[in-house]
Design a protein around this ligand. Sequence first.
Ligand SMILES: [Mg+2]
Length: 230
Amino acid sequence: MYPPLKKYEISMKVPEIKEDQSLIIRLDGIKMSARFKNDEEMFSFEFYDTMKNIIQDVWKYFPFVEIAYSFKDEISLLIDKEQIQHNKYQNRIEKILPIFSGYISSLFSQYLPKELKKSPCEAFSFDARLILLPTSELKRYFRSRQALAMRSFIDRFCSYRYPSTTKKDKKIIFEIEKEIKAKKEWEPLYSGYVGFFDNGKWQVKIADNFMKCWDKYEKTGVKYETKKSN
Ligand SMILES: [Mg+2]
């Protein structure tokens, strides 16, 4: 920046990430829940296709992402913290969050089918926040996100099909879960997508067995240098 103006610039750093901590960036679509539900109160298939396309492109724009998990209009990205701290980002929060938010928002606006837009140039936005947590709780974080995702799916499903069901009706809820899981085509709707490295390649899969395969996902995370040479 032009030196006389430099003094006015505010810089905010990501808090120091300790050895035993992990960094996640979580993005959340703005005003999308009401906007993209279909006739059955659920996010439409086209919406999930759009999210899948974004997760596929994550590697292209963010080579320092180790695992990406998306459900509904939210995306959690596990970051290679060393790259954020030491490469061109130099831990600058004011750069990191808008860059993530900007790319993801523009990818969404680009991939969303035109039938779902009110006008051809309609633009959408995702906010971005930092989540700093002990690495020992990482699995719990993703498990909770996926459980929350499933709960929100069941809530929507029930509000449309079984409006009088309460959360206390455990037996009915169990039956509903069975009904949902029997519909193979709904898998992306109730599980979301996971992006991860496998054999040096960025893979995107339906996240149904995400937590069952957690150890595999975690272990296949490769460092930036290796990814870069692919
Ligand atoms: Mg949202």
